[in-house]
Design a protein around this ligand. Structure first.
Ligand code: TRP
Length: 450
């Protein structure tokens, strides 16, 4: 451990870092959120806009976050303070910490649903549906039950807290090692099942055939927000993970792999969900409950559906945990580095606060479903504010910072430390300086002045 690192710990291996960063990226965003917002925003055309956002905006920002993190070996607030002392740039870091609070507060609720569905598939209550409608009603009744969802929400947050208390290499790294290959395999099997259902091709068409009339500024903003959300960008999570990196890591290939894995999983999930939705005569625009009503209906149609369901939800839980952990880690790293708190105190206190903030989101599908502001529930607002505003804004500011304040030359020399040659540096610098900030600004403007 280098002294510069202040005993914060480093990743044990190169693959360990790629897996951990992929673990942060891959989660409920891919499996739960991507299909439901694709369903709500018109299918194929949305997917195309999403992919453009991933590669043109997300990928360059991810590289920037890794680079800022490894350069400073600090949390987001500390990183901006170190590179631009005495300026207001650390506010971008603060905004990230805030976004971490907010995202984990509702993410924990959905993590709790996942945990509950492991239990319900073991007991068999969630896999013996005679119709998709029944599966949907079962889920609807479950999320309306305040006691049950709050309990599972609490358990999920406790798991996150348990892992983060141990610190990065003890907890986070190990948790990711087996996850991804297994998740890919089971998704692949589910895709085969979904594609062979009667009427599946209608779903494939919805998912892959773009209908460009569906694209509005609102839809583009949602696709952009989802790109940030899915890649864990715009709030310093990847910056924080980069801060635990040793000097000789190749940041370019790490970025490439993380983006590739994350996007592959999301696209694969779509190929499971949409064929199934259409084959079963369900509604693609159903919203946050989509995946939890479609999949159990698919499991009910499979040999050994019970077992498949248990394994699937266990994998989804691990994927959700490795993402939740990265959200909590940002908040915690801030209190450790900037406020000098011991790790244990920071984790326990922040875990508890985030859980409490999340409770109203959990109740948004039941007893508080009528508590609405501008037609949206607590849950909708938490997600909307964080994903569609804080993250794109944070990403835009990160791009401006790297592009103009810290400078792409300084970033390049950090990226090229230890023999890595960055052949695409001109393309990257162009995207970071011009394309990313302008694209995000235009999307915001179009949305406000529509
Ligand atoms: N990317 C994760 C997912 O898709 C969620 C997540 C983890 C996240 N860390 C983040 C989202 C940081 C935004 C910012 O499930």
């Amino acid at each position: 451990m280098t002294s510069k690192n202040n005993g914060r710990g480093l990743w044990a291996s190169r693959m360990g870092f790629i897996l951990a960063a992929s673990g942060s990226a891959i989660g409920l965003g891919n499996v739960w959120k991507f299909p439901y917002i694709t369903g709500q925003n018109g299918g194929g055309a949305f997917v195309l806009v999403y992919l453009a956002c991933i590669f043109v905006i997300g990928m360059p920002i991810m590289l920037s976050e890794f680079t800022l993190g490894r350069k400073t070996q600090l949390n987001p607030v500390g990183a901006f303070k170190q590179l631009a002392p005495g300026s207001l740039w650390n506010l971008v870091g603060f905004m990230g910490v805030l976004a971490g609070f907010l995202i984990l507060s509702f993410y924990g609720v959905v993590g709790g649903w996942t945990l509950a569905y492991i239990v319900k598939s073991i007991t068999g209550s969630s896999v013996h549906f005679s119709s998709p409608k029944e599966a949907g009603e079962f889920f609807g009744a479950f999320i309306a039950n305040p006691g049950e969802i709050t309990l599972y929400h609490f358990l999920f947050m406790s798991l996150c807290v348990g892992v983060v208390i141990k610190g990065v290499h003890g907890g986070i790294e190990k948790a990711c090692d087996i996850l991804m290959p297994t998740l890919l395999l089971i998704l692949f099997l589910l895709m085969l099942r979904a594609l062979t259902l009667d009427g599946a091709m209608e779903g494939v068409a919805f998912y892959l055939k773009p209908d460009f009339s569906k694209i509005t500024p609102e839809v583009i903003l949602i696709a952009l927000g989802q790109a940030f959300f899915s890649l864990s960008l715009g709030m310093g999570a990847m910056l924080t993970y980069g801060s635990y990196l040793p000097e000789d890591e190749n940041l370019i290939s790490a970025t490439f792999y993380v983006v590739l894995f994350d996007t592959m999983i999301a696209l694969l999930v779509g190929m499971v969900i949409f064929p199934a939705v259409f084959a079963m005569g369900m509604e693609p625009a159903e919203g946050p409950s989509l995946v939890f009503s479609v999949l159990p209906a698919v499991f009910s149609e499979m040999p050994m559906g019970n077992a498949v369901s248990v394994v699937f939800f266990i994998l989804l839980l691990i994927a959700a945990l490795t993402s939740g952990i990265s959200l909590l880690e940002v908040v915690v790293a801030y209190f450790i580095d900037e406020k000098g708190w011991p790790r244990k105190k920071a984790v326990l206190a922040m875990g508890a606060i985030i859980f409490v903030i999340g409770v109203p989101s959990g109740l948004s599908f039941g007893i508080w479903s009528d508590v609405k502001l501008f037609g949206m529930t607590f849950f909708d607002h938490a997600d909307n504010i964080a994903s569609n505003y804080l993250l794109p804004l944070g990403g835009m500011m990160t791009a401006i910072f790297v592009g103009y304040i810290w400078g792409t030359d300084s970033a390049q020399s950090e990226i090229e430390r230890h023999k890595t040659r960055f052949h695409w540096v001109k393309v990257w610098a162009f995207l970071i300086r011009y394309v990313t900030p302008i694209a995000v600004a235009l999307v915001f403007l179009a949305k406000f002045f529509k």
